[in-house]
Every structure is written in C-alpha cells, then in structure tokens.
Design a binder for this molecule. Structure first.
Ligand code: BGC
Length: 413
C-alpha cells in the first residue's frame, strides 16, 4: 500500500529565484552607484544582461526551470527620476513585467528598493535626511497603488543592515563613509578593495545609527501608507541574516547572542509589527570557537547552507510567515551549486518540520549579475550570461534545482 507521507512543503509553496534591478537591467544611470562607477570608486555596470529589454525571454527560462515564483526589484531612480515626479512610462514598464510573469503563472515578489538611490535623493543626503522616511513612503505607496492589481507580495527594503554597514561603517559602498575602527567588526568581504578610498572618522558611526533608525522608520511609514492605498497586499522587509553561532564555550555563546542581537534583532524589533511577512536573505554564518574548515564559494564564503535553518529560527520568533527571498552562492564553474541548493532545501525542510512557517524559497540569483563592488566576475546565476553576446546558458545545477522542486512538490513515500 502506498502511504502518502506527511508532506513537509505545503502545496502552495513558492519556488523560484531572484534578481534586483541595478544588477541585471542595464543602464540605470540616474543613481548613486552609476555616479560612483564613473568616479572609479566601484566597477561600472553599463548594459549588463539587458534584462530591462529581455525580461520576456528570461521569464521563459524561469518557466522552463519549473519555478512558480520570481522576485525582482523596481528601480526607484527610473520611477521617480526627480523628487516627487513620477515617470508613468516606467510604471507601465513594470506593469508589463508583472503581466509577463502572470501570463506564465509565476507569482511575482516585488522589492520596492534594492540598494540603489536616485541621484536627487543621494546627493541631498539620502537616508541621512530627516525627511527620508516620508520621501520613501511616498514612493512606495505610489508604486504599490499602481501595481497592486498584478502583485500581492511587496517588500519595502532589501537588507537594511548591509546597506547601512557597507555605506557608513566599512565605506565600501556609496556614500563611502568609514568608521575608523570598522575592521574590528567587519564580517563580509564585499568591496574590500574600495574601503581604503573612503573618508575615515568617528562621525560615520553616528550617521550609521541615524541611517538605521531612518530605515526602520521608512519601512514603518511605508507600511502605513501602502495599507491606505492597498489594504490587501502583503508587505514585508527583506532581512539579511548572518547566522552567528558558537561552540560549547559560554563566552563564545555570549558573543554569538550579542552579534545576532546587533545584526538581526535591533532592526527586526523596530519593524516586525509593520510586517505581514518577513523575507530572509541567507549567505553566511560565523561560528565563534569553530575549528572546522569549510570549502569556499567564489566569494570566499564558507559553504554552509545548513546555516539557513538557524537564520529561519532567528526570524521565526517574530511569528510571521517567512519567505526565503535570497540564498545562494557564487560558483562560476558550477561545481558546488547543485549540492549546495539540495542541502539548503533540506535545511528549509527541517525548519518546516520543526514548526517554522516557511512559505517560499527563492534562490539568488536567476541570472549572473553585477555583484556590487565586485563587478561581474562573481557568478551567482542559475543561468550564465555572456556579456559580449548576451547569450543565456542554463547551468546544470539549475536542472538539479528543477528536479528538487518537482520532488518536493509531490512527495509520496
Ligand atoms: C544582496 C544581493 C547580492 C547578494 C550576493 C545580497 O546581499 O541582496 O544584491 O548580490 O547578496 O552578495
């Protein structure tokens, strides 16, 4: 007799991959990042994979790979190119993007802002401005009002802590302000080569604290204003979690708890009440007192997909539905990716078995993209891009992900 096992992943679980506007669209010139690129402070982006014009055929790939969801972001600088002036033709563009997903029965997950700022905003202080939350909320409400008929899931902010710490503590990203003793607390390596050019001092620490507060306020205000125009949509923040853990040593455990509090809890405590769900981006962990050695990704990050379990656990205490909105690795040769994704999905399965309310898994990234201060050399894509010819090549691991999706969507034992 065939007994259907208790199915871990719910029937309506969302499987997919993610991208972000500046990293794939091409020619987002009206931004702080493009300006920094022209100044030689970060790599130039330019045309990239031209996803802005090729989204239809890219979504054919999404379908072919068996995904039923896709996360992408709206480029703020296109939609609001000057303060308070909205460009209707760009809004129409994003409506078409949503329709292209709907036509293929792919559920869209829209991020309203993924790191890049319009020049008019960044050049007048960006998130240091006291009126930044109001400016941000106005933009969010405008976009959601325009897109609400074709999209249910909206995230306001992508990775507030990464944005704040790279911009104001490490100084590797715009606006390149560096807190003088940041090396003591630095955990990631994105853009290390650019840090030396940053303006160093004590002031960035205070600005960082102000920016982090403003980001939380911006999300909370955006939530309220979105609900006025579109009460039915799901609004979330996308939180980058570094999973800090420890060996048996109580001092190490204390350090891990403190680091989790500083990196994850402070921002979440300020915003979770204004979240219908929470997005998790997981890439790395740090274990205090660890003696193990790990294989490394092309970013030199430990291969430790199992850390997604602890990251979900950290977020589950807010008692909101959770979506894995990003998780993945840079692996140009595609030697680790298939196994990595499989282990990651098993860890998500364990999280669900242990009662965590996880409702989606989106791999980062659908296609190779501009990896911020590291340019186009680091390849996270399920699909490889040839930047000369714009040819797309599906990597073998993408087929493995498809098989896993099929296996987990119809689990019979
Ligand atoms: C960001 C992406 C980035 C990825 C890999 C996340 O922090 O949201 O934009 O490409 O990590 O570093």
């Amino acid at each position: 007799m065939n007994i259907k096992s208790v199915q871990t992943f719910p029937d309506n679980f969302y499987w997919g991959a993610a991208t972000a506007s500046y990293q794939v669209e091409g020619w987002n010139e009206n931004t702080d990042w493009a300006k920094a690129g022209k100044q030689g402070r970060v790599p130039l982006a330019g045309r990239l994979s031209d996803h802005y014009n090729r989204y239809e055929s890219d979504f054919d790939l999404v379908k072919k790979l068996g995904h039923n969801a896709h996360r992408f972001s709206i480029e703020w600088s296109r939609v609001e190119p000057r303060a308070g002036e909205f460009d209707e033709k760009e809004i129409v563009h994003y409506k078409k993007v949503l329709k292209a997903l709907r036509k293929r029965k792919i559920e869209p997950f829209v991020t309203l802002w993924h790191f890049t700022l319009p020049l008019w905003f960044s050049e007048t202080g960006g998130f240091e401005r006291t009126d930044a939350p109001a400016i941000f909320a106005r933009y969010c409400a405008k976009v959601v009002d325009a897109l609400k008929d074709d999209c249910h899931f909206f995230s306001t902010i992508n990775e507030p802590n990464v944005f704040g710490s790279n911009g104001w503590l490490r100084g590797s990203w715009p606006p390149f302000k560096r807190f003088a003793v940041t090396d003591l607390v630095s955990v990631t390596n994105s853009g290390r080569t650019f840090e030396s050019q940053a303006k160093k001092g004590i002031m960035p620490l205070f600005l960082y604290l102000r920016v982090m507060k403003n980001l939380a306020r911006a999300h909370n205000l955006a939530y309220d204003q979105i609900k006025l125009v579109a009460p039915g949509v799901d609004v979330s923040v996308v939180k980058h979690v570094i999973y800090f853990h420890a060996n048996w040593n109580p001092w190490n455990m204390f350090k891990a708890a403190l680091a989790n509090y500083a990196w994850t809890s402070i921002f979440m405590n300020r915003t979770y009440r204004k979240c219908d769900s929470v997005g998790l981006n997981y890439y790395f962990h740090k274990k205090f007192g660890d003696t193990a050695t790990y294989e490394k990704t092309d970013m030199d990050w430990d291969i430790y997909p199992e850390g997604i379990y602890g990251s979900l656990r950290l977020l589950s205490k807010y008692k909101k539905p959770l979506f894995v909105t990003e998780a993945g690795l840079a692996d140009k040769a595609d030697v680790h990716r298939a196994n990595y994704i499989e282990r990651q999905i098993m860890a998500v399965e364990n999280a669900i078995k242990d009662g965590m309310d996880v409702r989606g898994h989106m791999y980062w990234s659908l296609i190779d993209n501009y990896e911020w201060a590291l340019g186009i050399e680091k390849c996270f894509g399920l699909v490889a891009i040839n930047y000369e010819t714009l040819e797309r090549t599906i990597r073998p691991s993408a087929w493995h992900y498809k098989k896993l999706i099929e296996r987990y969507s119809s689990k019979i034992s």
